[in-house]
Design a protein around this ligand. Sequence first.
Ligand SMILES: Cc1cc2nc3c(=O)[nH]c(=O)nc-3n(C[C@H](O)[C@H](O)[C@H](O)COP(=O)(O)OP(=O)(O)OC[C@H]3O[C@@H](n4cnc5c(N)ncnc54)[C@H](O)[C@@H]3O)c2cc1C
Length: 369
Amino acid sequence: MKQDLFDIVVIGAGVIGHSIAFRLKQSKPELRLAVLGDPMSSLMASRAAAGMLAPFCECDKADRFFGFCRESLEKYPGFIEELSSVSGVSIHLSMKGSLMPSSSFGGDWEEQIRFFREENIPHEIWSPDRRREQAPALADSCGEVIWVGEGQVNNREMHDALVMASQKLGVEILEKNVTGFLHDSSTVEAAVTDAGEVRGRQFVLASGSWSSQLGNILDVSLPLKPIKGQMCRLKLEDDRLDYTVHGLLTYIAPWKGKGFVLGSTMEDRGFDPAIEDEAIRDLIHRAAQVVPCLEDAPLIESWAGFRPAAEDLMPVMGKSSRYGNLFYSTGHYRNGILQTPHQADYTAETILETLADEISEFSPQRYNL
Ligand SMILES: Cc1cc2nc3c(=O)[nH]c(=O)nc-3n(C[C@H](O)[C@H](O)[C@H](O)COP(=O)(O)OP(=O)(O)OC[C@H]3O[C@@H](n4cnc5c(N)ncnc54)[C@H](O)[C@@H]3O)c2cc1C
């Protein structure tokens, strides 16, 4: 590999790393940018996710994280339009919304409705009759349902588009893993790969669940671990259901024309890639209690991936306090697809020093990074 000097080297080829590179290159075409990492790693979260854009259904308090996710959802239609146009890749995005059946709701139903109302979250309460009319695939036992104004994206198409768009804009994609760094106590000089050193003026650590391993090489202790999720995709006619459904500790996400994705387990077991028949059967069984026709739908594929979870479950985004030319964007945990557009703007603006408001809850400084 040539020992060129890049302006910015992004480490991590998932939706987070590529969206940052895409935004930076769009903002400043003169920058020389490289993205390092395997864009097709079978365990990366970006290709394993269900693609739910769901800031509301799993939330019951309006903190800064909730606000950030909500702002990201608002950016989605424009972001996908822009990305499709630059990349030439079509990306399925639906803003038809999610359904939360009362029968499988774990918390206080009335409290949740109050929260939606107070926070002006677009929602409707569907009686069983209305639910039968709008979503006949749902089991009768679902009872009353809340419709929530959220979204759904095909995250694999979005990731393909991000890689393509970065490439088209002139980002250099080096499919190499980083095995070390050249650095002194305050500056990172190069990322070391099997194919040689990649030198940069600035570096972005965006390596999902693998970020803490890379942090260790830089002598920083990033408290972040992988939370495994097993998932599957079933073949079923599209017109049976248009909404993402949150069911019995499971969710059912429509991938228009490509079946339905069921997820997901939450396992704190390190980097164990095993896909277990029993876990997949259990997902299908639970989903079928909410949408009965899924019970006999043919299985297309099953897989596992790792969610990057920081100790406080918040993203880690911003400038390193230890290295003057290092930035982080990692720890996006269960909502990294949702956060992609907003974190790309946030991280690019941090690097370009145009960010208006730093979010202290997300700062790497909370871990002395
Ligand atoms: C099962 C599952 C379901 C999910 N569902 C949803 C959902 O419905 N909605 C939602 O918003 N979010 C969801 N998520 C979360 C979301 O997928 C993640 O938060 C997001 O994809 C994280 O993206 P990332 O780019 O940081 O990490 P990843 O996609 O994991 O990418 C990490 C990148 O780093 C690279 N890398 C690793 N080690 C090195 C190294 N040494 N050198 C260079 N590169 C390296 C990898 O090759 C990879 O390219 C889900 C996650 C999982 C696992």
